[in-house]
Design a protein around this ligand. Sequence first.
Ligand code: ZN
Length: 467
Amino acid sequence: MSMKEDNFADWYLDIVEKAGLSDKRYPIKGMNVWTPYGWKIMRQIDTYIREEFDATAHDEVCFPLMIPETEFAKEKDHIKGFDEEVYWVTHAGLNELDVRLVIKPTSETAMYPMFSLWVRSHQDLPLKTYQIVNTFRYETKQTRPFIRVREIHFFESHTCHVSEEDAQCQVEEDVEILQRIARKICLPYTLLVRTEWDKFPGAHYTVGIDTSMPNGRTLQMGSIHHYRTNFSVPYDITYEDENGEHKHVHQTTFGMSERLVGALIGVHGDDKGLVMPPGIAPFQVVIIPIFSKKNSEEVLAACKALESALVAGGIRVKLDDRDDRPGSKYYDWEIKGVPLRLELGGRDIENGVVAFARRDNGEKGTISAADVVPGVRMLLDVISEDMLARAQEVQESRYQDIETLEDIPQDKILRFGWCGCEECGHRFEDTYDFKILGVPYVPVPFKGRCIICGEPTEKQAYAAHTM
Ligand code: ZN
């Protein structure tokens, strides 16, 4: 296996292959096959996302894959933002279509013509929906599993509200939901309001959700958008208020994709393989029986009893009773990143203990067999907290405040004063080949000067090389 620090790109591809996450040999470039273990991880994430959105009164929907060109073209900025990336369906059977169909790159233009039929009165609002679907974008840059693909497994919420303020409250709720999702996956992130020239096509503003990777580049894991009435006007989504007046709704969206899998590989993985956060690990615990010649039946029975106890305690567990050496089993489950390994042999049974090894930091010890379920739960919680704390520390170490444009460090996420004007922003991006990620969504007190023009400013910009 390649080493993470030496060659991140090769290391990443090695992990994807060796841990059995996806197979990129499918005969369409950038459309990869989810293989069983990778799909189990994605399903864990999807399940958690569903729980969060159901608990915050969003309803799950599922819209068609295709969008007529006539609907797709209604919002001018939106189509301009996507026209180089969309796949078109031009024929049905042998007939050329009168109206071409777009394979959805994102779902606004599929959903909003229907929203305009669904929303009638203020009593229909807020309308809070979400769906988990695949979207398609013709990527021209080099593809990379989970990070840059042409068929994207995607989650998106779409909401409609009576006012701009109500929609803003939804953005705040999305930020809280994101916080819980990121904690579950132990991923640090920043929330940055994207620049005007980088916001989602058609949005009033976009908040990018970025994490950082071992090669010093940032990865956008998702985004939250406030649309104001930018879509409800062209799609005619209106409601009748209490006074009988017709008004356009204010809309928001929140989307995240399979990039979460790419992020967890890059943030947590090490030279032995994946390190799965306990919250979404398909198997939180693997049990390895330590047989000797005389006791194999007794040990296997004890392992099965241990497995049943953990399953009953709501823990996702795998008993590896294959006919193989323990060392080779350790190796296999380390590649897959199972957070906690339990070992059980004759001596452990005699002593009333179960031996454990943590995947994240290699720590070993024993827990009492009598309290194995609470003992394992506690260990999983500690692993989760430690993984997040370590990842946050690493992310912190990648930031660098700069006050001059000389000797800009290339492998850091830069923070500096920016007056906010587009001219300065473009000049910085073009001259130094960095991308301005935006300014903090939650304002941080700052007083300084624009690093480009020298004007006093209270705005601090973040810039980085991006994945
Ligand atoms: Zn400036």
